[in-house]
Design a protein around this ligand. Sequence first.
Ligand code: TYD
Length: 402
Amino acid sequence: MDKIKFLDLGTQPIANNFLSSPFEKEHLFNLSMGMDVETSLVTQMEYVEPSLMFNENYVYHTSGSKTMLNHFSKFAQEVKKSFCPSSILEIGSNDGAFLKNFKDDPSCKHLVGVEPCGNFAKITNDMGIATHEEFWTEDFVRDIDMKFEFIYAANCLCHIQDIRDALRAVERALTPGGIFVAEDPSLLDMVKITSYDQIYDEHAHIFSIYSLNMLASEVGLKLYVVDHMPTIHGGSNRVFFEKNSASNINSTVIKNIIEEEKAAGICDIRGIEGFSSKVENSKKDLIKLLHKHKDLGEKIISYGATSKSTTVFNYCELGTEIFDYITDSTPDKQGKFSPGMHIPVVSPVDLIKEHVDTAFLAAWNFRTEILKYERKWQNTGGCFITHVPEVIEYYNTMSPFP
Ligand code: TYD
């Protein structure tokens, strides 16, 4: 790909590599984004070796959030109703949050997961779902030699560096007329709300509908529905493709979405270049606000040891001089240190036990869920700081949260 660089987020570690000791050696790389000249795909300038990110120590588990569990269970019901597929494959099946909904469905004869992280492949295999511990490639599909009526990839297609190979593999694994559904963070949302923390090692690409459609149509996958989901992972698109569709199903709705993307400047390098200054301003504002709170002698923590916050903390150089610790409900992250900035990660119980004045909402994409859990703390004067959609401080007296 011939790429033009438009954003530099500096030196970054592996976003989900939580350390057992702050002295552990880390893999560091430059995180920069560019745009592919031919397809306008927004993609990293240099990719990180996949096995450094996706391995048996991978910590992100989908079922850690009620929001996501409900999201996948609801979609599974929709799939049963609309497609009633007899064979389903999920690319990046993680801990089975989606596939487990089909386990006892008699109409689904073949249920297959593909998951490169051994710890998660084991979980779904133990559940009785045949899971291949593999990366999704055309070679892999050639080897298994099976066809599926429905293929799903949630927050996974954007992880696959060789996107053309991944789409060719999907086309090869689908039955004629088969459906492929991918859901990934939306580039338009990212630019609108300056959520530059959607960019980290794992997110090789951030898709516009314009570029994804162009890439998929190269291999004969026809885009026919785009569902915009503003609250999922901070703004995602669920896109539906059909293999070998004879009908002209590219709808007016899709054309309008692409027109909106073009008007927002995300389909050409000149337009997307403006994003860089928005990101720099966000950084300056966040550093200033956090220092204001620190200078008042406050105890500040961060809420949610997210991959996104790895980008923010390393880009803004925010470490233990600001944050006492990070709370996270994931047991595998607790007792560890955040990548790059080495902030201790503890269980959220400590937020209630100890006195905390201010919490940076690192898991801002789950803010509805989190604000519900932390109402008691907020009622005693606790302040949340977020950087999305802009840098603000939020006390309970202010309502509603923007
Ligand atoms: P997420 O935003 O999905 O992650 P990423 O940026 O890594 O894609 O991760 C949310 C993290 O926040 C996850 O580690 C679980 C944690 N979390 C809490 O600690 N408390 C909560 O109430 C919720 C909803 C999430």
